[in-house]
Design a protein around this ligand. Structure first.
Ligand SMILES: *Cc1c(COP(=O)(O)O)cnc(C)c1O
Length: 391
């Protein structure tokens, strides 16, 4: 099993078949499990063996299939699925931190990630130092002996800054800190996070893993030691378990993940190139040679990814006219979906931030995030051009 290639893993890894020999993964939509005897119940509560379950908050066969498939793909020893991407980010951090600990984090983060690091962790006595994640010297200056963890989005949402994962991991490991990466934008397909030194990889499965906008989900991936000794006790007692039905959706999503993500990334590259040089818009995309971290992105992911950002000349009024004129591309706030989606971060996902904080993160009034879907790229180029004309 260990030398299977990506597309084989995505279809077969982690499959558990019941006595019926079903082809498609079964949904074990059960909260609990029956024991033959009281002694068996006692033994299982003492130590559940491989593929033995107690209660769906602790684990479930369908959820376990998903965890094994995604851990096998990422190349980590183990994984734990959660109810959403934010539950996964929160659990990865909170399960390992305590009052008095120090964390260093990149400042350019998804709004809810920023809320955990800026508002929640300090409330419980964790000190967080924020850095410009693209400046390796700032990481070097911010870590200190006893820094417990570093946190970053490998490619930031929505301004697409690329973190030098190997360089930051080396700095973090120099002081014994755990490297936790929110890897949504790298996607499980382009990620090489483990070989680049990440200890704990977090995904919102809501994005590319589902890929069809149906369900919220998240997963934390890491060593067996971290997942079973640190994360699992926290998650099983605090309750953000993934539903077996959601795990089944994610398993089915994974079967087509490689095909979808590669097609979406190729489309994103095509759209970025089609609009680059148009005076009405400034294109931000790691796949364009003039992106400040283009070389790094190519070394790290080999691709620009499925999301690009457009800074529309004329600020918010022009950006709104652009969004409202789109006919194929949908206005929403998911990404990685089969449907191409545009978001205006300043008024939606990052609305909560004061203007100075938005400016510091590059979230300008004209900024539009565009997630490339599975439509015909020609139709998307035509739609974007028509909407630019309509401004
Ligand atoms: C969407 C997203 C999350 C949160 O995931 P949910 O599944 O919506 O909870 C976290 N980090 C990044 C980078 C995201 O894009």
């Amino acid at each position: 099993m260990s030398d299977w290639k990506t597309r084989t893993r995505l279809v077969h890894e982690g499959v558990r078949r019941s006595g019926y020999g079903e082809v498609s993964e079964a949904i074990f939509l059960t909260q609990g499990f029956v024991y033959d005897t009281a002694e068996q119940a006692e033994a299982r509560f003492q130590a559940a063996g491989e593929d033995e379950y107690i209660y769906a908050r602790y684990g479930n066969p369908t959820v376990r299939m998903f965890e094994e498939r995604i851990a096998g793909l990422e190349g980590t020893e183990d994984g734990f699925a959660l109810a959403s991407g934010m539950a996964a980010v929160n659990a990865a951090l909170t399960s390992m931190l305590r009052a008095g600990d120090h964390v260093v984090s990149s400042r350019a983060l998804f709004g809810s990630c920023l809320y955990i690091l800026e508002e929640i962790l300090p409330r419980f006595g964790v000190e967080v130092t924020f850095v410009d994640g693209t400046d390796v010297d700032q990481w070097r200056r911010a870590v200190r002996r006893g820094t417990k963890a570093v946190f970053f989005e490998t490619v930031s949402n929505p301004v697409l800054e690329v973190i030098d994962v190997a360089a930051v991991a080396e700095i973090a490991h120099g002081v014994g800190a755990t490297v936790i990466a929110d890897n949504v934008f790298a996607t499980p397909i382009f990620s090489r996070a483990v070989e680049q030194g990440v200890d704990v990889v977090v995904y919102s499965a809501t994005k590319h893993i589902d890929g069809q906008g149906r369900a919220l989900g998240g997963v934390v991936l890491g060593t067996r030691e971290f997942i079973r000794k640190t994360l699992e006790p926290y998650v099983k007692h605090t309750g953000a378990a993934m539903s077996p039905f959601t795990a089944w959706i994610m398993l089915k999503g994974m079967e087509t993940l490689d095909l979808r993500v590669r097609a979406q990334s190729a489309t994103a590259q095509r759209l970025a190139e089609a609009l680059d040089g148009d005076a009405r818009v400034s294109v931000i995309y790691p796949g364009l040679p003039r992106h400040p971290q283009h070389d790094l992105a190519m070394r790290q992911m080999g691709q620009g990814g499925t999301v690009l950002s457009l800074d529309i000349a004329g600020g918010q009024p022009a950006a709104f006219r652009f969004l409202n004129a789109l006919e194929v591309v949908t206005i929403s706030n998911n990404l990685g979906d089969a449907k191409s989606i545009v978001t205006h971060p300043a008024t939606t996902t990052h609305q909560r931030l004061p203007d100075e904080a938005k400016a510091a993160l590059g979230i300008t009034p004209g900024l539009v995030r565009l997630s490339a879907g599975l439509e015909d790229p020609d139709d998307l180029v035509a739609d974007l051009r028509r909407a630019l004309d309509a401004i």
